[in-house]
Write a protein that binds this ligand. Structure first.
Ligand code: M6R
Length: 613
């Protein structure tokens, strides 16, 4: 839940750390700090409450260093205060931490008996105390012995005061990627912080220790056996992780969706010949996902969190329509506690942009242990979920920086469409011709997204009517209900307006009592098979005075008196209307947040990557 970075090399470490922390700030932004070896080889620590910009203002220009560590925090244990900000120091040890040490209270009590007293309320400081208590000049031994005592998840970058210029790192459960380049050695929670130095990086293996100096990075397991880094190359460049002229990352990422979808879909298209005809089919040979994964299934379980789970809700509709087998969607944080029924004929699909969400990772591990087949839809290459899953489908959406997920969501949707079509074809539920026809429809989503992005001004005008709202409803049926859930989370997370998604037909069973003239309703009516019923539901809210924003399709005949604003989506088949409709909802959320003067990219209390359970 925090961003961490370490650098040792030939550049000004404070500058490298601050630049890196700005890239990592999406991971947490309530306080920040750095610790560097300075001229006389002592460690200088500077930390502050607030964002990286506040930390920047505290760094004296004369601070010269070539080795240091930096942290941007999302508070878990201990409130937001300078004391609780990282780095934490105990004796010879100064460290930064991302994760949660579950047994920190027991360790704190034990270590306090030997005279060490924490000054913060954090679990991280206890880890510093523990490592210091075990350190007698041999870093690897101290780290190994500490790792044996710590339960929970962690990524640590550690400075030992008697080893200037060297950083030790270890991780379990929380991400760390690193590289050695001309400027030196650098490690961070996410590749985005490394990009300005190198496109090549490796993922630090769990329970491996990296010893970083300006000359290189040596790796070993906890017993000192050397390990070799497995370097990978990112395909995107630094501009992908910048705003490129947009006011916010979210705005930029909304606009990147046509391109992101094309990266998800295009590499998976093949020409398939049957008799004398060629068909366009999805094919996952390059992903090493065999058709056998989809055959002989008795059920599918989709598990994920937040927006990724909402994409899964759309996946359920598609799979059930096409494969005619039961599909459930489970919130990952609940999955393990439901004693789920899993066997080798169950396919568990986990969905995660970051590939690091702790609850989703835990669900995946449970599914694997129970012998289920596992497939993950992931954006970040080499992330924990991708590495641990039986099969992985990368969405290739490119880096997503804004906390509110946009292009990752539509890429996840596209992934579900591709997988559902391939699975239907592999199970002979879809002929090559049907599959090909639907692939064409999926491809037509890309120009439809370009078109709907032109409605930006109109969505801004609509948002002006929402800025004063305190409560709001999204309503829809079938696919539109799944999309309503996504529209609702998008709006509430960045505008702080309370909103709820309701299956339109369910409203009258209690919740309609909350609808008044002060409660706007965003009604999604893109599905022809339920259009007349949806119109009745719109009438119900209109009769209670609601301000209605209607998102629908051109040919839907709906009385003008039933809505205040109407957005017609570009022509598309019903199954695919959710893509442009999703963009409309993202734009409304974006403008509403911006017009309310809020921090669009970094909403309060949240972080992009939730690596705690
Ligand atoms: O990285 P993940 O896709 O696993 O993240 C899951 C959720 O935390 C995430 O989708 C969250 O709900 C977004 N902030 C919503 O915009």
């Amino acid at each position: 839940m925090c961003g961490i970075i370490g650098f040792t090399g030939v550049k000004n470490a404070a500058k490298v750390l601050l630049e890196g922390l700005s890239e990592l700030e999406y991971r947490g932004y309530d306080s920040a700090g750095i610790a560097c070896f300075t001229g006389d080889n002592t460690i200088t620590t500077i930390k502050t409450v607030g964002k990286v910009a506040s930390l920047n203002a505290c760094i004296p220009p004369e601070l010269e260093s070539s080795c240091g560590i930096g942290h941007t925090r999302w508070a878990t244990h201990g409130g937001v205060s300078k004391q609780n900000a990282h780095p934490h120091t105990c004796g010879k040890v100064t460290l930064i931490h991302n994760g949660i040490i579950e047994n920190y209270l027991a360790l704190r009590d034990e270590l306090s008996q030997s005279g060490r007293q924490p000054v913060s309320q954090t679990d991280s400081e206890i880890a510093a105390m523990l490592i210091d208590s075990l350190y007698q000049g041999d870093a690897l031994t101290a780290i190994r012995e500490a790792a044996a005592r710590l339960t929970g998840a962690y990524a640590f970058c550690i400075l030992f005061s008697d080893q200037p210029g060297t950083i030790y790192c270890i991780r379990k459960g929380s991400p760390l990627v690193a590289c050695h380049c001309e400027s030196g050695s650098i490690i961070a929670s996410d590749m985005v912080a490394l990009l300005r130095y190198s496109k090549d990086y490796f993922v630090l293996e769990e329970n491996h220790v990296a010893r970083m100096t300006a000359d290189g990075i040596s790796l070993c397991d906890l017993y000192g056996n050397p390990a070799v880094p497995d370097y990978q190359t990112v395909t995107w460049d630094t501009s992908s992780a910048q705003k490129n002229g947009f006011k916010h990352y979210m705005e930029k990422e909304i606009h990147e969706q046509p391109e992101a979808l094309s990266r998800t879909i295009m590499p998976r298209l093949i020409k398939y010949q049957e008799n004398d005809t060629y068909y366009t089919l999805p094919d996952f040979a390059a992903d090493n996902i065999p058709d056998t994964l989809f055959r002989g299934l008795s059920r599918i379980i989709i598990t994920a969190c937040g927006t990724a789970m909402h994409a899964g809700m759309m996946g359920k509709i598609l799979f059930e329509r096409l494969l005619r087998i039961p599909v459930t969607v489970d919130i990952a944080s609940e999955f393990r506690y439901q004693n789920p029924i899993l066997d080798q004929n169950t396919l568990v699909i986990t969905v995660s942009q970051s590939g690091e969400t702790a609850d989703t990772l835990a669900a995946l591990r449970l599914a694997k242990t129970a012998g289920a087949r596992t497939l993950s839809i992931v954006n970040v290459k080499g992330s924990s979920i991708a590495r641990e899953s039986g099969y992985v489908f990368y969405t290739h959406a490119g880096p997503e920086i804004a906390v509110a997920s946009t292009k990752a969501y539509t890429s996840q949707l596209a992934a579900f469409y591709l997988i559902a079509f391939r699975a239907a074809f592999a199970n002979k539920k879809f002929s090559a011709q049907e599959c090909s026809l639907n692939m064409e429809r999926l491809l037509s989503v890309i120009p439809a997204l370009h078109k709907i992005l032109e409605a930006k001004e109109y969505t801004q005008e609509i948002s002006r009517h929402l800025t004063k709202a305190t409560d709001l409803f999204f309503i829809g049926r079938s696919m539109d209900y799944a999309l309503s859930c996504e529209g609702s989370i998008k709006l509430k997370e960045i505008s702080y307006i309370h909103s709820e998604a309701y299956a339109a037909g369910e409203l009258k069973h209690g919740t309609l009592s909350l609808v008044t003239a002060d409660v706007p309703v965003i009604a999604l009516a893109t599905q022809h098979d339920v259009l007349s019923k949806m119109i009745s539901n719109i009438k119900e809210v209109r009769a209670r005075g609601a301000f209605v924003i209607l998102v629908t399709v051109k040919d839907a005949v709906i009385e003008e008196s039933l809505y205040d604003y109407r957005i017609d989506l570009p022509d598309s088949d019903d199954w695919f209307a959710v893509f442009p409709a999703a963009v409309v909802l993202q734009l409304i959320a974006y403008h509403t947040s911006y017009l309310r003067g809020l921090d669009v990219d970094q909403p309060r209390n949240l972080a992009k990557s939730v690596t705690v359970e």
